[in-house]
Design a protein around this ligand. Structure first.
Ligand code: GLC
Length: 365
């Protein structure tokens, strides 16, 4: 699948030729991790392609347009929004596979993280200004902003476009604020805290190690929800109850929390059939929640790239059984679903684009 999606001239895989003919930041990071699992140096090329879109101030766009499409912001060839900084994990995967990342790549990643800490920190947490930046585009966690707890294409498309129209952009063209949507998502912060620590370990830079642990502690203080045994998102502008919808990404701060009790309480739900565990799971939304819909985009289906992050969190806890379960159910699902973008966690039916290149990340579990 990676071979078929690889474009040597561009140096990256398009996620799916028809539905997704562009470069996406976190997709390419997961492709890189998959390449490294096969011992293939194209992972480094793919990461270089991610940073080829980097703005002079370090900001990394969530898309480089592969062909004409509607503009996500004022810039000509790249989006003005970002996505979770999975590149630090991809660089570690490179180094673990024996491909030393070049100084140029490391420097680009350092400047990218620096731009998040410089422009997106509020009360010690990193904020996003559009759901696209979380990567979980139509998650029920945004319902209070959308004003609806059911999914409807027209409503969501007009919400996305209205937000885009209201976004405040820096003179360089990157999104910096929004009058209606500013939120610190638990998962974005968890991935970023993990990125800072991972980057600090890779480069021996104590400053990044410290930033990673400060962010993880701040997230515990501001977002841990004892009743849910998960982390909520923290709304800064707009929002409401939906920040607490039990979603899989609300468990991901297990990746970075200094608190082992919290990490275990969160991760245990991945093995609980009444919560997230399903035959082809984990589910993205907990089973009994009213928004749970096993076949609707971001409202319940399982996602391979999130399963990979859950595996990293389970490894960090030393929970070998959970790692094995997640690996087994994800691989089984990938095969059954035809390496789909996402799938029904109850039946394994493939949904969205097929094949979708990030499913290859299952090879790295
Ligand atoms: C969708 C997903 C996003 C992903 C993109 C390309 O927009 O929500 O996370 O990066 O597709 O696969």
């Amino acid at each position: 699948m990676l071979e078929q999606a690889w474009n040597g001239d561009r140096g990256y895989c398009v996620p799916n030729r028809r539905s997704y003919p562009h470069l996406w930041l976190w997709d390419s990071c997961f492709h890189a991790i998959a390449w490294f699992a096969f011992g293939d140096e194209r992972g480094l090329r793919e990461l270089e392609a991610v940073f080829a879109g980097q703005l002079p101030d370090g900001f990394v766009p969530h898309m480089r347009y592969g062909r004409r499409t509607y503009a996500r912001g004022p810039l000509e060839s790249v989006s003005s929004f970002t996505q979770p900084p999975v590149y630090a994990r991809a660089l570690k995967a490179a180094s673990d596979a024996g491909f030393a990342p070049s100084p140029r790549l490391l420097e680009a990643a350092g400047r990218a993280l620096e731009s998040l800490w410089r422009d997106r920190l509020r009360d010690g947490l990193l904020v996003i200004v559009h759901p696209w930046e979380a990567g979980t585009d139509d998650s029920p966690r945004w319902d209070s902003w959308v004003g609806s707890s059911t999914w409807n294409r027209r409503v969501w498309t007009s919400f996305d476009r209205a937000l885009l129209a209201h976004t405040v952009f820096s003179p360089q063209g990157q999104a910096i604020d929004s009058p209606t949507f500013v939120v610190a998502p638990a998962a974005f912060n968890a991935i970023a805290a993990d990125a800072a620590s991972t980057f600090g370990e890779l480069t021996g830079d104590a400053g990044w190690l410290a930033r990673g642990s400060v962010l993880a502690r701040t997230l515990d203080e501001a977002a841990w929800n004892a009743e849910l045994e998960a982390w909520s998102d923290v709304a800064f502008t707009g929002g409401g109850d939906s920040v607490r919808v039990p979603t899989l990404d609300g468990l991901l701060p297990a990746l970075c929390t200094p608190n082992a009790t919290k990490a275990s309480a969160a991760l245990n739900q991945l093995s609980d059939v009444e919560r997230f565990a399903a035959p082809y799971g984990p589910r993205f939304v907990a089973r009994r929640h009213p928004t749970y819909n096993p076949s609707q985009y971001w409202r319940g289906p399982a996602w391979p790239q999130l399963n990979y992050l859950a595996v990293l969190a389970a490894k960090r806890r030393g929970d070998d059984e959970l790692v094995a379960d997640l690996a087994e159910s994800t691989k089984r699902a990938c095969v059954r679903a035809g390496f789909a973008e996402y799938w029904n966690p109850e039946t394994g039916r493939g949904l969205g684009a097929r094949p979708q290149t990030w499913a290859a990340v299952a090879a790295a579990f």
